[in-house]
Design a protein around this ligand. Sequence first.
Ligand code: FES
Length: 127
Amino acid sequence: MYSDKVMDHFTNPRNVGDMADADGIGEVGNPTCGDAMRIYIKVRDDRITDAKFKTFGCGAAIAVSSMVTEMVKGKTLDEGLAISKEAVASALDGLPAQKMHCSNLGADALKKAIDDYKSRQNKQDPQ
Ligand code: FES
């Protein structure tokens, strides 16, 4: 049912944990299944240099979080915003149809983290 990549990222998730000095934090939850995901990013010169996550959720949501944080490292903010749920699912060699909503959480949490970073910048540097 799950690809080897999903199982790998579920059993050995990358980038788990808090980030005390995060530049942006994105938090999302799925009211239907009750799962929740938080993604932290570190940004330098418009580029995401580090990402971490904390997820309370199903195996697919854990694998998605792990993959999103891997995919986004080294990307510009715009490239990060362009990461879609389909891109995350295909990087995991696909997700079962009933688990596609789990990849929404990853893409949405990442977008929120980038938005959070941008709004913090605007507050510091109003133009
Ligand atoms: Fe809810 Fe996977 S079942 S995120």
